[in-house]
Write a protein that binds this ligand. Structure first.
Ligand code: FES
Length: 202
């Protein structure tokens, strides 16, 4: 596949063994390059994930993964309205750069009406309302939901029809719980570390 061969992935590991995730092309990385890489990756994994670009990621080695090593993600290339997928502990992690509309929709919901009541504010980091990070595994029987599908500007699980909203909360279908939020923290406004929480730094 032309795009996949034209693009290459990269990353590095710091002294703690934390993988730094980057995307790059043979030239200087630009947003256009990123989208090109993302589109190529989507084509590789098939139409089921057509709306979920896959960020290229340098995985830690097997022993590091087994130990649950954190991964650092550069948020810079992720455009507003875009959802990307990375992997941590072999689990898909969705990172959604939410638009103001998506945030407003999530916060307009009466939480008492929810199956798994939780405010949107409780599911994001203070001051980073536009970023939602969730584990991409349906809480029904473990399928991977499709992003930007369904009736709630969130995710649709094709296995049995569960629908999640733009906060990753279950809104319809058999899934009992919201999509889980993994431990993560902001290293800066444009970089997160998945696999560590703020409590580890207090
Ligand atoms: S596994 Fe998602 S609805 Fe059943």
């Amino acid at each position: 596949m032309k795009g996949a061969t034209a693009a290459r992935t990269g990353g590095s590991r710091d002294k703690k063994g934390i993988a730094n995730v980057t995307t790059m092309s043979s030239a200087e990385p630009t947003r256009r390059d990123f989208l090109y890489i993302a589109t190529s990756a989507v084509a590789a994994v098939g139409t089921a994930a057509a709306l979920v670009p896959l960020i290229a990621q340098m995985n830690p080695d097997a022993s590091t993964v087994a130990a649950g090593a954190p991964v650092d993600i550069d948020l810079g290339p992720i455009a507003a309205g875009q959802i990307v997928k990375v992997f941590w502990r072999s689990q898909p992690i969705f990172i959604s750069h939410r638009t103001q509309k998506e945030i407003d929709e999530a916060r307009a919901v009466d939480t008492n009406s929810l199956r798994d009541p939780q405010t949107d504010e409780a599911r994001v980091k203070p001051g980073h309302d536009q970023w939602l990070v969730v584990i991409g595994i349906c809480t029904h029987l473990g399928c991977i939901p499709l992003a930007h599908q369904g009736d709630y500007d969130g995710w649709f699980c094709p296995c049995h029809g569960s629908q999640y909203d733009s906060s990753g909360r279950i809104r319809q279908g058999p899934a009992p719980l919201n999509l889980f939020v993994p431990p993560y923290l902001f290293l800066s406004d444009s970089k997160i570390r998945i696999g560590e929480s703020e409590t580890a730094h207090t």
